[in-house]
Design a protein around this ligand. Structure first.
Ligand SMILES: Nc1ncnc2c1ncn2[C@@H]1O[C@H](COP(=O)(O)OP(=O)(O)OP(=O)(O)O)[C@@H](O)[C@H]1O
Length: 629
């Protein structure tokens, strides 16, 4: 296993780690580099840096370098101890309160709120004033007491969200004890927050110690960066031009703070693996087509700044047969794609030509969409079928321009044929619309995209449960769309439109004020469809819109969609694993396997005479299950 896999890919994180390690080494080994004691006075008063005194001397002849390296021990030590103590309190208060709730949470929350509203520095000054001794441990202790609340509040919120997740429910159902759930289910998921809170506590503690010492409230018999600044200030080092006295500790505090903040990027990288692909993205952007750069500004900037050595990429989705499907015998050459002529009445509205979309990873490139060409006509329902991972979502995300990093469009085009407004009355009349312009979808700017989405092309996501905002009413969610796309529409008209659309999808218009949790799964999906239809788009992309629903509700929702299509004449790209459902509702079918289009043509023909072994295997498996009659 290569060590490089564990190293952060981001330059910022590496810089942060270098800074932090440098200061830790300085604190541990720095005192070995000097023979001077930090407190010992000498005869060379206020001397600038020289071979004898590397960082010069103070007004009383003390060696500044010795003070600096011994001070690093104290400042970092206080930061570390205060950071650990503060995080322990945060975790106890945040996780216990957030998980166990009830009275303990109420009390802990009040305590947190009190500490949050009391200004930190004045509280620190007051508490330090009452300390019996100003030793560094007691200073660290006081800093910890005043700095835990912010992190505890964030942890409490995260714990409250985690405790309702399925994996925690599952652990509860299997009989795991509450303590075990907290330590083995909640804590690992909250770890990035705890680590990031710890780093910020350390930065805060180093700054607080410097602040206290600078005000003369720290331990003035111990040398720290803060006490160096205090003595430099009281001896008017600035006026004497003795920069060597105050610049090193001041700069060290600033650089250390920046370094720890940079490491926080690494924590983000760890907790969100999608951020780990910066290097390969840059590589891909450099070596691939023009759209790659256009679609990934993050990738582009990484490419501009990165000078990484391109590695050898393993190419997935090669011509090896898919043994998991069982449709092609191992070792056999893959069957050629089976593309049939389509006889659909409407004019083309979306033309995808030789589209290629890759996901560059650290060691390999996944060709998620590989040379795919399909045409969606006005009023047509195109069914997109294929096993999980075959590239359906990547293809529809490319069409809706919702691809996320690290996806890269590396070839091909997507053209949208915009029409004059004024909708045809049904799918068969789609050809009557005059085309206004052909738009290169991959070249749309962010502003143009905003207008294109929803006005021209709307999306119904897989899970309405997640697609609807849980904290706003149904009416407000219609409003979100209408405010952006119809800014001059008065509020009363917006509400009337929302009611009309709800009625069209079979929901009582009175539910316009309902919240998502007050609706059933089927109703939520209908609301999502109604919101997609509100601007009367030409195309609706439905990504497994009925998967989460039971069979009866699936059927009702689909019937509704078909009736609305007859009324509005929009075209649909419908993605699902359920081939039998697709065959029933689609005009045309596109079957994908491992990123490639393997069969494409009119639904009835594909059903009656599947030509590709993969399609035959899919249909045969359906027949085995009795899904096809
Ligand atoms: N963010 C990503 N990073 C790397 N690879 C990805 C990413 N998203 C998808 N892939 C890969 O791209 C390929 C196609 O995935 P995609 O989600 O498009 O398939 P799908 O047919 O829509 O699957 P499903 O039906 O399960 O949603 C898969 O091999 C998947 O592992």
């Amino acid at each position: 296993m290569r060590l490089s896999r564990f190293l952060p890919t981001s330059g910022k994180v590496r810089a942060g780690l270098i800074i932090a390690v440098f200061f830790v080494l300085l604190a541990v080994f720095g005192p070995l580099l000097t023979s001077y004691s930090p407190q010992a006075s000498g005869t060379d008063l206020l001397q600038p840096p020289s071979g004898t005194h590397w960082l010069g001397t103070t007004q009383t002849g003390q060696d500044v370098f010795a003070q600096f390296v011994y001070g690093a021990r104290i400042s970092l030590g206080v930061g570390l101890v205060a950071g650990i103590l503060s995080q322990i309190v945060s975790v106890l208060v945040g996780v216990i309160g957030g998980y166990f709730r009830g009275l303990s949470d109420d009390l802990l929350y009040i305590l947190t709120a009190v500490f949050l509203v009391v200004p930190g520095m004045p509280l620190l000054i007051v508490l330090t004033g009452y300390l019996p001794s100003r030793g560094m441990v007691s200073v660290a202790f006081v800093i910890a007491i005043t700095s835990w609340a912010g992190s505890a509040r964030v942890l409490r919120a995260q714990t409250m969200s985690l405790r309702r997740r399925e994996f925690v429910e599952a652990a509860r159902a299997t009989g795991e004890s509450r303590t075990r759930i907290v330590f083995s289910e909640i804590m690992p998921n909250a770890l990035p927050l705890i680590a990031s809170g710890f780093l910020f506590s350390v930065i805060g503690a180093v700054l607080a110690e410097a602040g206290l010492s600078f005000l003369g409230l720290g331990s003035l018999t111990t040398t720290s960066w803060g006490s160096m600044l205090y003595f430099a200030q009281s001896a008017q080092a600035f006026l004497y031009g003795a920069w060597w006295w105050f610049v090193p500790p001041g700069l060290a505090i600033a650089v250390l703070g920046a370094g720890l903040a940079l490491i926080n990027f690494g924590i983000d990288e760890y907790s969100n693996p999608r951020l780990r692909t910066g290097r390969s993205r840059a590589r891909a952007v450099r070596s691939r087509g023009p759209h790659a750069a256009a679609l990934s500004t993050a990738g582009a900037s990484a490419a501009a700044s990165g000078a990484e050595t391109p590695g050898v990429a393993t190419i997935l989705h090669d011509d090896a047969p898919d043994e998991t499907v069982g449709s092609v015998p191992a070792g056999a050459a893959p069957a050629p794609p089976q593309i049939r002529e389509l006889d659909v009445p409407g004019k083309p509205i979306i033309e995808v030509r030789h589209l290629k979309v890759d996901y560059p990873g650290a060691d390999q490139v996944v060709h998620a969409v590989d040379d795919v060409s399909i045409t969606l006509h006005r009023g047509e329902l195109l069914g997109l079928a294929g096993e999980s991972g075959s590239g359906k979502s990547t293809l529809t995300n490319a069409i809706t321009r919702l691809l996320r990093n690290p996806a890269q469009v590396t070839g091909g085009s997507i053209t949208y044929h915009r029409s004059a407004r004024g909708r045809p009355s049904g799918p068969t009349t789609g050809g009557s619309e005059a085309e206004v312009e052909a738009i290169d979808l991959l070249g749309l700017s962010t502003e143009e995209l905003r207008a294109y989405r929803w006005d021209e092309l709307a999306i119904v996501f897989q899970s309405a449960m997640n697609a609807l905002n849980a904290v706003t009413s149904v009416g407000a969610q219609f409003d979100d769309v209408l405010r952006v796309h119809r800014p001059t529409m008065p509020a009363r008209e917006r509400e009337a439109l929302a009611r009309t659309m709800l009625e069209k999808v079979g929901i009582d218009p009175g539910r316009v004020s309902a919240y998502p949790h007050e609706l059933s799964g089927g109703m939520k999906q209908r609301v999502a469809i109604a919101i997609a239809l509100v601007l009367e788009p030409d195309v609706i992309v439905m990504d497994e819109p009925t998967t989460a629903l039971d069979l009866l509700i699936q059927r009702e929702v689909l019937d509704q969609v078909m009736a609305l299509r007859d009324e509005y004449g929009f075209a649909i790209i419908f993605t699902t694993h359920d081939l039998s459902l697709l065959l029933e509702v689609s005009d045309s079918i596109a079957v994908m396997q491992r990123g490639r289009l393997v069969e494409y043509g009119p639904a009835l023909e594909v059903y009656a005479e599947p030509r590709h072994p993969y399609t035959r295997a899919l249909l045969a498996s359906l027949a085995d299950m009795g899904a096809l009659v």
